[in-house]
Ligand binder design. Structure first.
Ligand SMILES: Nc1ncnc2c1ncn2[C@@H]1O[C@H](COP(=O)(O)OP(=O)(O)O)[C@@H](O)[C@H]1O
Ligand SMILES: CC(=O)OP(=O)(O)O
Ligand SMILES: [Mg+2]
Length: 385
């Protein structure tokens, strides 16, 4: 048996995991638990050459059964799980580094559930499920907020009374594991010292201004609902809209939260067609087109805003599901940024080439695959030694 660390990236409905060798940290296998915590939970496992090793429904839809199936299936393929590292979305002002989990840390992380209601409870349930299945397994957490700890104070403030900031009502920023994984690869593009806007476009989307490899500003704030429009979240929204819903529509906190996290974004604007970019791009319906148009428009505005925060921009990088796979979205965004010196190379964009701009473009745009799990593993190995 090969001893391995598994990196667990739990989302609201899927759980992605990857196994890395404890000796030498090589990637061994990647897996997905689909419909996690829902009906018809299934597990699939692929080797590093993308060869499928397993694909089956679990029968038992509990999170504990899914965790046990993950550990047992890896064992069937010669991998003994000896440690786990989790992606935890919110680490607040307290957690800026990979942390060994215990009851008191988990309790502290529970306090951030209201700030990340789609993600934080799931992560904590997964941690609990591992604890139930194998209490002796060391568990670590890496935080999406941590990469943004380098931001200057001005980027973290809201224009509200000072005491709120001191109480933690401030901008944190998310998708930090993705940005850290991109930041590590900037040197390879000769951008280590540059001013870069990275667009992480997935079911959750955000953008980050990275200067000399560090986060200096980001589109997400106090929670993962702010900034760009997403699959089911609105992004930037005048807070008076929330008051309007409560005061004039009689909506309670739970209903408002559902509206903000489940009914908005691509799904809401498309009139219910889909939260999935692929389906929207394939739809002939005007509302679906409008949703895509708004998604791109908001990215263009955010890039200009983040460029302002850095007093310039040298490059744009697209990453995550939509950023890595949708030439349509990248092309639309870059076409609206000609005034900033980005000239799209349409053939390169369609071919998903690394560089998306023409050789004589004043500034360049690129695609890089995000590697949240790889970043988690790297951080975990520094702690495990
Ligand atoms: N070929 C593609 N074209 C357009 N969008 C795509 C493509 N492949 C994946 N996506 C989109 O990527 C999004 C999911 O991104 P991903 O980063 O996997 O999300 P998450 O990890 O947050 O669940 C979905 O909107 C999906 O439609
Ligand atoms: C922070 C966040 O929005 O994460 P995800 O993209 O996984 O939903
Ligand atoms: Mg994601």
């Amino acid at each position: 048996m090969i001893k391995a660390l598994i990196a667990v990236n739990a989302g609201s409905s899927t759980l992605k995991f990857r196994a890395y060798a404890m000796a030498g940290d090589a990637l061994l296998m990647r897996g997905l638990i689909d419909h996690f915590g829902q009906k018809h939970t299934s597990l699939s496992l692929h080797d590093t050459l993308h060869q499928q090793l397993e694909e089956r429904e679990l029968g038992d839809d509990s999170r504990e059964a899914a965790v046990a199936a993950m550990i047992n299936t890896l064992a069937d393929h010669g991998i003994a799980v000896t440690a786990v590292v989790h992606r935890v979305v919110h680490g607040g002002s307290r957690f800026h580094a990979v942390t060994r989990l215990d009851d008191s840390i988990c309790q502290a992380l529970e306090a951030y559930i209201p700030l990340a209601p789609l993600h934080q409870p799931v992560s904590l349930q997964v941690i609990q499920a591992f604890q139930t299945v194998d209490a002796s397994l060391p568990q670590l957490a890496c935080f999406d907020t941590a990469f943004h700890a380098s931001q200057p104070e001005v980027a973290t403030r809201f224009g509200i009374a000072r005491h709120w900031h001191e109480e933690g009502v401030r901008r944190y920023g998310f998708h930090g594991l993705s940005y850290a994984s991109i930041s590590r690869r900037l040197a390879g593009l000769e951008l280590a010292q540059a001013k870069v806007v990275v667009c992480h476009l997935g079911s959750g989307s955000s953008a980050c201004a990275i200067q000399q490899g560090q986060s200096v500003a980001s589109s997400m704030g106090f929670s993962a609902v702010d900034g760009l429009m997403m699959g089911t979240r609105p992004g930037y929204l005048d807070p008076e809209v929330v008051l309007y819903w409560m005061e004039h529509e009689g909506m309670g906190v739970g209903e408002v939260r559902r509206e903000l996290y489940k009914n908005s974004g691509l799904l809401g604007v498309s009139g219910g067609v889909s939260a999935d970019m692929r389906e929207l791009l394939a739809s002939p319906l005007p509302a679906a087109r409008e949703a895509v148009e708004l998604f791109c428009y908001r990215i263009v505005r955010e890039i200009a805003s983040l460029a302002g925060a850095m007093k310039g921009v040298d490059a744009i990088i697209f990453t995550a599901g939509i950023g890595e796979h949708s030439a349509e979205v990248r092309g639309r965004v870059l076409s609206q940024l000609g005034w900033l010196g980005f000239a799209v190379d349409h053939a390169a964009n369609l071919a998903h080439a690394r560089q998306l701009t023409t050789a004589d473009s004043q500034r360049h745009a690129y695609v890089l695959d995000t590697d949240e799990e790889g970043e988690m593993a790297r951080q975990a190995f520094t702690l495990l030694g």
